[in-house]
Design a protein around this ligand. Sequence first.
Ligand code: ZN
Ligand code: ZN
Length: 155
Amino acid sequence: MTVTPAHLRVLASRAEALTAELRKLCDSAPHGSPEHDHLATARHAADWLARGAEELQRAAADLARLEAQPCGLPWAVCPEHGNTLSSQAGVSTCRVCRRSWTYDRPGQPCREPVTWKVIDRAGTETRMCDGHVLGARAAAQGATFVRLGAGGTQQ
Ligand SMILES: [Zn+2]
Ligand SMILES: [Zn+2]
């Protein structure tokens, strides 16, 4: 199972709901009643739950940031067509779609979002963008290609 930010957010909202329920229960005991005085531990537990919910939200945000990581392969390609760029005088142009970039794009690391996980026959896992996966498909024999969903979750 792959842990996604959504999983953590669901658990965080459950913890928030439990916190609210517990606080409501504690508040329902009238001031000065024996129950009220003995609910200090339960109120303390509600505080801990609230803190736990916050931590879970933070963990979800951290995970989402991690998944939004750029491809990072050391040369950039056309996001749609892959290794189809030719560079001349500092301008890179895709031979297929004619899209151009006013810098030497293949000389820059790839900043496109990661959308694929490629596992080669040796079991090495590489995450890459749509453009780079085209080249990998052509080159890597016997590799496994796993498409990642929006936000980097496995489908
Ligand atoms: Zn192109
Ligand atoms: Zn890439």
